[in-house]
Write a protein that binds this ligand. Structure first.
Ligand SMILES: [Zn+2]
Length: 321
C-alpha cells in the first residue's frame, strides 16, 4: 500500500504553478477493471457533461492519495504547454531516459526523472508556456540524434513525447499523462522523482529548484530544424465522391476519420468504434492501408461492422463492402 498525506493548500498551489496549463483533467479508475486496465475518464459535470475544472482542492486530493488525476499538455487557446514529458516503458527505458537527460544537460536544459510502473517519465519544466510544436521539434530531433526510438512513424516501441500534437482544434483534448506524485491505481504505488525525499513537499521543493526552459533558448535549439518527416501529421486527401458498380456511393473510411500519422504502409487514426467506448485516446488503433484504403483494421480488435456502425454507415450485407 501507499502512504497517505495531508498536504497544505500552498503545496497544491505550487503543483498547479508547475504543471497545470489547462484546467480540464481526467480521473483514473479507482481500481483496475476486470481486464487489468486502469483507464482515465475525463472529469465531467454529471448533468451538463461540461468538463470539470482543476483547482487546488482536486490537486490536494491527488497529492494526498485519495484520487489520481492526469493532465493535458496543451491549452487549445494558446497551443502551448507548461512542460514536456517523455514517457518510456520499453526494455531499457530508464537507460534511454538517462541518456536523454544527459544530452539535454549538454544544452543547459535540466530535466527531472520520475519513476513509473514500467520505466519512467522525464519532465522538462518551462519558465513560461511553450509552443507545443516547438517542444516536439526539439525532443524528436534530440532523440533521433541519440538513436533513441520514438513511438509512431512505423515504430511500435519507443518513447512517447507529450505534447503529442502540434495544434489542437476547438473541442479537442489531445493526450494526457498521469500527473506526477500521485498513486498509480494499477499497481497501488506512488512513483517519485529520483532526486528528492519521498514526500510531496520535498519533491515539489526539488521541482521548484529545477532550472526552467525559456522560450528564447528553445527557439535557439530548434533553429533550422523540422519535425522528422515520418512523424509529421497527415492530412487526408480531399473528398471526391466515387460511384461503385452497384450505383451507390462507395464507402471511404478516409472521409470519416482524421488521420494522426503515416508510415510506409499505413495511415493511422483513432478507431471510431474504440472512440465511442472512450478508448484509443492516443488515436492510433486504426490502420488504413495507404495503397488501398478499402482495407483497414483496428488493432484493438473492433470488427469492420462495429467500425461502420460507429460512423453511422452500417454495412448492408447485400452490397459489396
Ligand atoms: Zn477499435
Amino acid at each position: 500500500m501507499y502512504p497517505h498525506f495531508c498536504v497544505s493548500r500552498e503545496t497544491a498551489e505550487d503543483f498547479m504553478r508547475l504543471f497545470v496549463n489547462r484546467l480540464a483533467y481526467g480521473i483514473q479508475a479507482s481500481k483496475p477493471l476486470p481486464d487489468g486496465r486502469a483507464p482515465y475518464y475525463l472529469a465531467q459535470d454529471w448533468y451538463t457533461k461540461e468538463p470539470k475544472l482543476l483547482d487546488a482542492g482536486v490537486v490536494r486530493m491527488h497529492l494526498n492519495g485519495d484520487i489520481t488525476i492526469n493532465l493535458y499538455a496543451i491549452n487549445p487557446r494558446t497551443q502551448r504547454s507548461k512542460w514536456v514529458a517523455i514517457d518510456a516503458d520499453f526494455d531499457g527505458a530508464v537507460e534511454a531516459l538517462f541518456q536523454l537527460q544527459w544530452e539535454l544537460r549538454q544544452d543547459g536544459v535540466d530535466a527531472a526523472l520520475e519513476q513509473s510502473r514500467r520505466g519512467g517519465h522525464l519532465w522538462i519544466l518551462a519558465r513560461t508556456p511553450l509552443l507545443a510544436s516547438e517542444c516536439r521539434i526539439y525532443i524528436y530531433n534530440l532523440a533521433l540524434r541519440l538513436g533513441v526510438p520514438v513511438k509512431g512513424g512505423g515504430l511500435k516501441e519507443g518513447i512517447e513525447v507529450f505534447p503529442k500534437q502540434d495544434h489542437l482544434e476547438d473541442g479537442e483534448y489531445g493526450n494526457a499523462i498521469r500527473a506526477p506524485l500521485g498513486v498509480h491505481r494499477k499497481s497501488n504505488r506512488r512513483y517519485w522523482f529520483y532526486e528528492a525525499e519521498l514526500t510531496p513537499e520535498s519533491q515539489l521543493a526539488y521541482l521548484n529548484g529545477v532550472k526552467k526552459l525559456t522560450e528564447e533558448d528553445l527557439k535557439t535549439f530548434i533553429q533550422g530544424m523540422n519535425l522528422p518527416e515520418a512523424y509529421k501529421p497527415v492530412v487526408a486527401a480531399p473528398y471526391t465522391p466515387r460511384v461503385s458498380f452497384a450505383g451507390s456511393q462507395e464507402f471511404r473510411i478516409l472521409d470519416y476519420v482524421r488521420t494522426t500519422r503515416k508510415d510506409s504502409r499505413n495511415l493511422w487514426a483513432r478507431c471510431p468504434s474504440c472512440a465511442q467506448a472512450g478508448r484509443d485516446r492516443s488515436g492510433d488503433n486504426l490502420a488504413i492501408q495507404v495503397k488501398d484504403p478499402r482495407f483497414y483494421k483496428c488493432w484493438a480488435g473492433c470488427s469492420k461492422e462495429e467500425i461502420r456502425a460507429a460512423l453511422g454507415q452500417p454495412i448492408r450485407h447485400n452490397q459489396p463492402v
